[in-house]
Structure formats: C-alpha cells, structure tokens
Design a protein around this ligand. Structure first.
Ligand code: NAD
Length: 358
C-alpha cells in the first residue's frame, strides 16, 4: 500500500489539463531533465529505471535524489518486467508515456551486443504491448536517435533521408525501434512520436560521452584522443543543449494526439511522427576541446588520431524544420553557452580535484 500511494501521488496531475506521464529511463540524463520540467508545470510524473551500471550508478542515484525532492517517485525496475509494467498501468491511468530507457553508447555494443537487443528492442516491444493493452491507451513519445542516419552524407539530415545504413549496433536497434513503432501504430492504433536526438549535452550528463570525459581528462592532465578523420576538423557533431531537447520533448508530448485503439483493437488512424531534435550547427570535435580548454583554463594534452573508429559516423547535422512547424521547436543555446553551464555543474558536482573518478 505504501508503494501504491507513492506511485499515485507522484503521477497525480496538479494543473488543469495536465498530463499524467510514465517516464522510462527517468534516472538517466534526458529522463531526469524531462521529468523535472513536466513536474514543474504541474503534470503528474512517475519514473521507471533499472539503475544499471553502464555508467556510474551513483550519478543516477544523485539524479533520483534531485527528482525525489520535487515529489517524483522512480520505481526501480526493468522495462522487460511485464508484470511490473502492467501493475503500474493498473494503479495509474497514464495519458502519456515518455519512453527514454535504452542502452545507449556506440562502442559498448562491441562487447555487450545483447544489452542493446534486451533494452532497445525487447524492452520497447514490452512497453508497446502494455500500452496497447491499457485502457485508455496512452500516447507514446519515445527516443530514437540521430544515429539512424548512419552513413548518410546528405546534409543537413532530414527525416525523409535514407536510414538503411546504420553504422553501429546501437544505431541498428534504434532504427529497429522505428520499424516496430510503425507496426504498433498500424495494427493497434497507438499514437507514436519518435524523437531523433542529436548529441545531447549539459549538466547531469552522461559520463560516457566525449564532452564529459574530456572535461575529466583535461582537469586531470591526462591526454585525450580526438578521432578527427583524414582531414582536420572533419569529424563534427550537432551538439544540442539539454534545455532545448527538453522543450522539444514537451512540445512533442503536448501535440501528441490520442491513440485511436482500445484494448488492442484499432479504431481509427492514429498518429505516427518522427522528428529530428538537433541544434542545426555542427561543431568539429577539435573545437569542442578548445572551448573546454578556455572554460576550464587548462590546456589539454591532445592526441589527434586520423582514423575514425568502428561505429562512428563522420558528422551529424539536423534539419529541424519539421519539429519547428509542428510544435515551434527552436534551439537557443550555442555550444559555448551550454558548455559553460555544464562546466559550472561539473565543478560543483565533482570539484576540480581527484574525486572525479567517473
Ligand atoms: P541514459 O543512459 O542516461 O538514460 C537511460 C536510462 O535508462 C538509464 O538511467 C538506464 O539506467 C535506464 N535503462 C536502461 N535500460 C533499461 C531497462 N532495460 N529498463 C529500465 N531502465 C533502463 O541516456 P540518455 O542520454 O538520457 O538517453 C535517453 C534516451 O535518448 C535513450 O533512449 C538514448 O538512446 C536516446 N538518445 C540520447 C542521446 C544523447 O546524446 N544523450 C542521443 C540520441 C538518442
């Protein structure tokens, strides 16, 4: 009963016309920020996360503490636990699901391919199955990735571009997720919105991402490796600040139409949309390092590698006009400004000394 009470209280809508949202991956980087933003505007939010140790679980616990202080409860469990998922839908009539739980990272897939299949394919199917059988069926917004563009060389990347050349297993599972979403929309009338995030960064970020461990290594005086391809500065990313991504997530949730099926039966034409959420201004990875050096006031020991690594794509660059048209998505934070906020958070969280062992 204590558990049910916490679940209900966390998911309770506190503003007129508010949403009741199940956020999977709520202890993750994007999940934490999206959950907090939803709660701030009066929506009900329940988190679900398995707190896996892909990266420092203590950072996930610290994010959980942050969310708990604003009344958000994160249920500890796996999206593959169908009994648990069903139980959550028995206790709460979610209007929306923000599905962010996934195995992220490109290189980890070389040693752990099955964790990508487990979370990004099997886990997604379980979430959709439970949503399909829920009554009412929630609208679903889920995280895809810019990685689906793979070896596409047409820039900027538009949602209509080809996505049949994934360069990593991570990308392949994200692409598979989009196909699976299509099926659930088509057969069962689920309303589905996919968001292709482009290299998200910011406070409470992910320690496995380059900007994060570059910061640690610059501060520690360790040399950092920059894989910049055959020509100087040709490896670039469309770094997108977390607050801009959060605005995009909320815009997608707010414009998501209702599912048209009920109890697994399709009744009408439900919505299926896929949007790029990027920044539209790619920055070479070597410039990322220069900005960090300036902000940290420390010169990096750079090791420049000419060969790209397996699974990496040379560049990403989003065309965001579709999201702009549909829900006014407009990123406003440039890399310099966003990294300044990240560095401020990093120094307050880890300090500049030896504690930063993430
Ligand atoms: P993250 O790893 O910080 O968050 C994911 C969370 O999901 C983690 O807290 C993890 O513990 C949880 N999780 C993983 N597998 C789970 C499972 N089977 N059951 C329950 N919980 C599970 O990653 P993030 O950066 O916040 O990414 C959020 C989403 O956005 C992911 O789907 C990711 O693939 C996607 N994405 C992120 C970026 C980015 O740059 N951060 C870019 C493109 C796409």
């Amino acid at each position: 009963p204590g558990w049910e009470k916490r679940v209900k209280s966390s998911a309770k809508i506190r503003s007129p016309n508010g949403l009741s949202v199940l956020v999977t991956g709520a202890a993750g980087f994007v999940g934490t920020h999206v959950s907090a933003a939803l709660k701030r505007r009066g929506d009900g939010v329940l988190g679900l996360d398995n707190f896996n140790n892909y990266y420092d679980p203590s950072l996930k616990r610290a994010r959980q503490d942050l969310l708990e202080r604003s009344g958000i409860f994160i249920v500890e469990g796996d999206i593959n636990d169908v009994v648990l998922l069903k139980k959550l839908f028995e206790v709460v009539s979610f209007t929306h699901v923000m599905h962010l739980a996934a195995q992220a990272g490109v290189r980890y897939a070389m040693e752990n391919p099955n964790s990508y299949v487990h979370s990004n394919i099997a886990g997604l199917v379980n979430v959709l199955e439970v949503c399909k059988n829920a009554n009412p069926q929630p609208a679903i917004v889920w995280a895809s990735s810019s990685s689906v563009y793979g070896l596409n060389t047409k820039i900027p990347f538009s949602e209509k571009d080809r996505t049949d050349q994934p360069a990593s297993l991570y990308a392949a599972t994200k692409k598979a997720g989009e196909e699976i979403a299509h099926t659930y929309n088509h057969i069962y009338g689920l309303s589905l919105t996919g968001l292709r995030f482009f290299t998200v960064y910011g406070p409470w970020g992910r320690p496995d991402m380059a900007y994060f461990f570059f910061t640690r290594d610059i501060l520690k005086g360790k040399s950092i490796s920059i894989f910049e391809g055959a020509n100087h500065g040709t490896v670039a990313r469309d770094f997108t600040y977390i607050d801009d991504i959060v605005k995009g997530c909320l815009g997608a949730l707010d414009t998501a139409e209702k599912s048209t099926g009920s109890g697994g039966k399709k009744k009408g034409n439900a919505q299926l949309r896929v949007f790029n959420l990027g920044n539209t201004s790619p920055v070479p990875v070597s410039d990322l390092v220069s900005i960090l050096e300036r902000l940290l006031k420390v010169k990096a020991k750079r090791m420049v590698m000419k060969l790209p690594r397996n699974g990496d794509v040379p560049f990403t660059h989003a065309n965001i006009s579709y999201a702009q048209r549909e829900f006014g998505y407009k990123p406003t934070t440039d890399l310099q400004t966003g990294l300044k906020k990240f560095v401020k958070w990093y120094l307050s969280y880890y300090g500049s000394g030896k504690k930063n062992d993430h």
